[in-house]
Design a protein around this ligand. Structure first.
Ligand SMILES: *[C@@H]1O[C@H](CO)[C@@H](O)[C@H](O)[C@H]1NC(C)=O
Length: 497
């Protein structure tokens, strides 16, 4: 469309005289979409990315329970760790669950409930199996040899070349030489996989240093391209929220197993956004130490370890972002940490303050986004943020992941948006901070809903989330599950912006 010049200058005068001129210049409120599973992978969104991994069911963080076939009892870290391993439990829960750390495709460490590692106790030259090491070394490394039957049976070879055996119910040793798969063999264990993780750590360490770089670079260059920005801008979106991982700040050589080069992909996104008149919200989604234990936090084994001791390096990741992108015209905001959950609130506030200050070193006006902790009320940061300028509070709304939504009807889901989400959001908006629904989706717990049901539910959410003063961002742009993909929802007429 082409306007005559006088019309443009009229518009400009209008803008300058209007108190919201800054807001107009920023395209507020944003209609955005999350480029999830691009620079931080999540297996459920694209399982095929994990297909080429050998032993792909034994990735980092896989939780296993091991039952001695001879005694029909589970191995247990006595006391949860810091003690011997026994084989006397008839049922399994926390102390009987071991988290794998993958050393290579067949070698693993086993981390127990209190975070110690299983290993050979060499005190007195013995071969007893204990869980006392704080970090794994050769003595804590075991080979898993599997007999691919159902139920899955394994034998475990220790670093001394001998197999683990349940000698008695209270004595587990690494000194067995037999090789049978008989139920009566004390070195045979049933292995139940009770939980898996599929994130960036699992993907990169699963492929290993020889294959991971190519797999990741192919994914980055094909999953999102400039055509996607064209599609987004043509369909009414004016921003993207891009999840990134902490390892980006150490490009081109991030610590193992992460792969270098994700900052170049982000550079491209900034260029494409600018070409199509869109903004980029950079979202530090995976934080060193893990801030929520989820696949998408870059966690190795699901333990949440982020805290005071990680503040310094997490601030330096924000500094990397602020320095590299702080003055790009298409920067929409910098989000300091996605979805903290199970972290200390004082540590979080301390980090937010330092990270805010480091952004201000590079840009006095960039919007700084603080994610509300998932395990706290959405008002928990309201008084804290009053001390800052150009601040956004991010809340995520899913009618999922909680028993609250089980068995809700279509109408009840829709009513929940108007009766619960709307007042919650207006509470967040009522401060000096702007409000942002940084994640929501058209999916819910209802199975087999009609297209019209999905349309009504999406529209109800759009109506309410459009009141967020900074805007909203759908999760996600692409996903194997159609209703999680805004691209699919738009192309198939479920959502119109
Ligand atoms: C298992 O063996 C340990 C060590 O002897 C003992 O302390 C514990 O009470 C036993 N537990 C059961 C359930 O037998």
């Amino acid at each position: 469309m082409k306007y005559p010049n006088y019309y443009l200058s009229f518009l400009l005068t209008l803008c300058l005289s209007c108190p919201h001129s800054l807001l107009l210049a920023q395209n507020f409120p944003y209609k955005a979409v999350n480029l999830g599973n691009w620079l931080v992978s999540e297996g459920w969104m694209l399982p095929s990315l994990f297909e080429g991994i050998i032993n792909k069911d034994l990735l980092d963080g896989t939780q296993v329970q091991l039952q001695s076939t001879k005694f029909q009892k589970y191995l247990s870290a006595e006391g949860g760790g810091g003690n011997i391993i026994v084989a006397n439990r008839s049922s399994a829960s926390g102390w009987e669950t071991f988290r794998l750390w993958r050393v290579d495709e067949s070698s693993f460490n086993f981390r127990v409930f209190n975070k110690d590692f299983v290993g050979i106790d060499n005190q007195g030259g013995g071969n007893n199996i204990v869980a006392i090491a704080n970090s794994p070394s050769n003595q804590e490394t075991f080979q898993i040899i599997r007999n691919n039957e159902d139920p899955l049976k394994i034998r475990i070879k220790a670093s001394n070349g001998l197999f683990l055996q349940a000698k008695t119910e209270t004595l587990v040793t690494a000194d067995y030489q037999g090789t049978s798969w008989e139920e009566s063999d004390p070195s045979v264990f049933n292995m139940n996989i009770v939980r898996t993780l599929q994130g960036e750590y699992q993907l990169t360490n699963g492929y290993g240093p020889d294959k991971a770089p190519q797999v990741l670079r192919d994914h980055w260059s094909s999953y999102i391209t400039e055509d996607d920005f064209k599609f987004m801008s043509q369909n009414g979106l004016n921003a993207v929220r891009i999840p990134i991982g902490w390892w980006m700040a150490q490009d081109p050589n991030p610590p193992k197993p992460f792969v270098g080069g994700s900052s170049e992909a982000l550079d491209n996104a900034f260029t494409w956004a600018q070409n199509h008149n869109m903004k980029v919200i950079v979202d530090l989604h995976a934080v060193e130490g893990s801030q929520n234990g989820n696949d998408h936090s870059g966690a190795r084994d699901g333990y949440v370890e982020w805290g005071d001791s990680f503040i310094r390096q997490t601030v330096s990741v924000i500094e990397f972002i602020a320095k590299r992108y702080g003055n790009r015209p298409s920067l929409g905001g910098i989000e300091l940490m996605n979805e903290p959950q199970g972290v200390n609130l004082d540590s979080l506030k301390k980090y937010y303050k330092e990270a805010y200050n480091v952004v201000r070193k590079y840009n006095p006006n960039a919007y700084v986004i603080m994610s509300n902790p998932l395990d706290a009320d959405s008002k928990v940061l309201l008084s804290f943020v009053s001390g800052f300028d150009k601040i956004v509070l991010d809340v995520h709304y899913y009618n999922l992941f909680s028993d609250t939504f089980n068995g809700m009807s279509v109408q009840q889901n829709i009513d929940y948006i108007t009766s619960e989400r709307a007042p919650d959001l207006s509470g967040v908006s009522s401060t000096n901070a702007l409000s942002f629904v940084g994640e929501w989706t058209g999916e819910w717990s209802i199975q087999g809903a009609s297209m019209q049901d999905y349309q009504r539910y999406a529209q109800a959410q759009l109506d309410v989330y459009s009141r967020a003063t900074f805007g909203w961002a759908y999760w996600a742009y692409k996903c194997r599950n159609n209703h999680w993909s805004l691209k699919w929802m738009i192309e198939n007429g479920y959502i119109k912006l």
